[in-house]
Design a protein around this ligand. Sequence first.
Ligand code: KIV
Ligand code: ZN
Length: 502
Amino acid sequence: MRNIKIFDTTLRDGEQSPGASMNVGEKLQVAKQLARLGVDIIEAGFAIASPGDFDAVKRIGSEVEGPVICSLARAREEDIKRAWEALKDAPKKRIHTFHSTSDIHLKYQFRVSREEALKRSVEMVKLAKSFVDDVEFSPMDATRTDTGYLCEVVEAVIEAGALTVNIPDTVGYSIPSEFGALIKTLHERVKNIGRAVIAVHCHNDLGLATSNSLSAVLNGAGQIECTINGIGERAGNSSMEEVVMALRTRHDIFDADTNIKTEEIMRSSRLVTKITGMYVQPNKAIVGANAFAHESGIHQDGLLKEKSTYEIIKPETVGLHKTKFVLGKHSGRHAFRTRLNELGYALTDEEINHAFERFKKLADQKKEIYDEDLEALVTDEFTSVPEIYSLVDMNISSGLNQQPTAFIKLRINDELIEKTEYGDGPVDAVFKAITSITGTSSTLQKYEVKAITGGTDALGEVVCSLEEDGRSVSGHGNDTDIIIASAKAYINALNKLAARKK
Ligand code: KIV
Ligand code: ZN
């Protein structure tokens, strides 16, 4: 059976989703989870894009063990040098450089000839190769590139030393039969193709990213570039869980598999959702809330008699377990740590102590603590940012014939400041009071509330995205009281904006 490499670009292309930007600490947590998941390559960022991207690539390269760590670089000298600077301490590293090859891009965007683009691509692959052996090249907008010219570019960059050549469907334009045929043509016409792995990077503008990637595998591709939950530029990228589970479920068709530990899929999906604030639709394949829910009586009847009647994947295979009641207010630190270890979280003593304090408070409010509650607590530890603003106290009043009012007390640099504001609803009043205390001027782009588990005493999870001066961040807050969770999420987002400004 062929082994297909999984190149995860959640932290690079995924982060290009509007509102999905992550700070360095968050990227590090996602990268650690990707390593647990067993991806072969992590594209950790675009080192030259910003100091934050550079730091993320550098830290992931030195702190995350297992996968090859990769930085993206345009086919420019300064980009490649910056990628190398960020990567040099990583034990396993790759530079991924790219240049557009379609006439549309060359003519209107870059204003260079085909010959010039080819020459630059070759030179930059050679430059990257002088730093690191593992070099990948992408002819951007490959699916709208003249096929003869594409073959020429692929052959030349392999000759220059590229060990992986990635064929991107940059604008999500291709369809499966056509994309598969393109990969086949490259195998037939490029003489030295056997010296490189052919990768594919499909965007989902027509909803075909997964199908296109799988069609490419059937025609010789050996690496799929994808993201958790399919996040990414515009309509997103191929979704990791879909391509992996299609290959795993249909060995009879693909005769191929990946190194992914599929039991880690749900946890990876939840972590990325939590950190980016981008929820997956309930009917999303593999990781949607309804993906394993059988509603129709006929289906339920079949399932009770024999699972395989309507179930093509066992939920446990992707790490979905029945929600379990695990801990309560009498549970001690040892039980808490043990359950977290069982769930796959390795926390430092300091993180455990802090999370345990919060667990105890939660256990006072909520009788039964489920795995999902624990995950929410722990993810908060990972996603915390330096607290310039912290919530000290709050009080809300609202009613049928009463204007909602919020009293908020915040600590800002050791100073306590309080304010009361009115609003259209309690959340509006809370946000107004916080805005007025902090003197901030961000715009609220998104506000979402979700119950983490069932029941009226469930933890409410709030995500709110704020935008200021072209920067956007997502803040999170959990509490059994959704107004308090909203205040926490708003303050978390303001702290992130403040940290970014710094
Ligand atoms: O979509 C694309 O073409 C890309 C390249 C940088 C590989 O993301
Ligand atoms: Zn892309």
